[in-house]
Design a protein around this ligand. Sequence first.
Ligand code: NAP
Length: 339
Amino acid sequence: MESFRALVLEKAGDGIRCGFRTIEPAALPPGEVLIEVTHSSLNYKDGLAVTGKGKIARSYPMVPGIDLAGVVRESESPAFAAGDPVLATGWGLGEIQFGGYAELARVPAEKLTPLPNGLDAPRAMALGTAGFTAVLAVQTLEEHGLRPGTGPILVTGATGGVGSLATHLLSKQGHEIVAVTGRTELTPFLEKLGASRILPRQELARTSKPLESEQWAGAVDTVGGEMLTTMLAQMKRAAGVACCGNARGPELHTTVFPFILRGVALLGIDSNWCPTERRVLLWQRLAADVDLDLLDSLTRTVPFSDIPEAAAQIVDGKLHGRTVIAVRDDTPHTAARKS
Ligand SMILES: NC(=O)c1ccc[n+]([C@@H]2O[C@H](COP(=O)([O-])OP(=O)(O)OC[C@H]3O[C@@H](n4cnc5c(N)ncnc54)[C@H](OP(=O)(O)O)[C@@H]3O)[C@@H](O)[C@H]2O)c1
C-alpha cells in the first residue's frame, strides 16, 4: 500500500508541532476498515487541536480531525465492503486514534456510519460533528417534551457550526428561534437560517438574578459561562436546555432555583460517544431534515493545505457557518459548494 499525506501533531521539546507529513500505512492504528478519506471538516475542537490552543490529542504523534467521510478501500468487517461510502464523527478520532486530516484512515467498523441516502461526502462533512451535535440536541429537547408553539427557543453561538445548524433544524420544525450572537452584522445570515429575532450576546453575558422573568421554552447552548447561567434563570417552567459547548468558557455558576422552583432540565449533549444505533438514526434524520441548498450556502470548502490557516480563524471567532476540508485537493476554492 502506498504512503499517504497527513497533517500530524508531534511532540517538540515542551510543546507540540503541527505539520504536513508523508506517512507509511504501517503507522495506521488497528481497525477493520481502511478508508480513502475524501473530505473532512473543521470544528471548534479541531481548531484547538491544530493551533495547540487546547489539549485535544491524548497521545503523539496524532493525526487530528474529528470528522471524516470517504469510501471503503478494504474491509475485514461483514458490515462494510470495498466501495461503500461511509462517514465517522467523534468516537475519539483525532484524540485517541488518528482522525480525518489524512488521505487514508483505518477505523473500527463500529465507529463507522454508512453515508445516509441523500448525502454525498462533501455535504456529510458540511454537517459533520456540528450538524450531528445540532440534531442530537434537537432530538434530546424533543424527548424532554419540546413541541412547536410552546414559546421561543434560544440558540447561542448562533453563527457557529452547531448554532447555525440548530437554528435551521429547529426553525424547520416550526419553532420560533431567537438567535444569540456577538456578530449582529450577520443578522441576514441568521434570518436566512430561520431565526425570527436576534439577541446581542451582551443581553446574556452579564450577572443575572437567580430567577428572572420566564421567556424561553427551550435552548441550545454552545457557549457556557455566564450566558448559560442567565438563560437558566429565564427558562419557562419544565423547559430543557441542551448544553453543548463552552465557546465562552467551561465554568457554570448557578443556583438550584431554576431546577427546583421551575423544573428546568439541563440536558448534557455528548456527540463524541453517542452509541452507534442512535447515531445511525440521527444521521438519517439529518439527511431528511436539512435543506441542502441552505446547507451549501452556509458552507465553504478549503483545500487540505489550508487547514492550519482555517484552524486559526475558527479559534479566533472569524468564521461562521461550516468549513469542509477537501482532503485530496490542494486547489484553493473558497466559494460555497454548489449542487
Ligand atoms: N457536546 C458536543 O458533543 C459538542 C460537539 C460539537 C461542538 N461542541 C462545542 O460546541 C461549541 C461550538 O462548536 P462549533 O464547532 O459550533 O464552533 P464555532 O463554529 O466556532 O462556533 C462557536 C460560536 O460561539 C460564539 N462564540 C465564540 N466565542 C464566544 C465568546 N467568547 N462568548 C460567547 N460566544 C462566543 C460565536 O458565535 P456568535 O458570533 O454568533 O456569537 C461562534 O461562532 C464549542 O465549545 C465546541 O467545543 C460540543
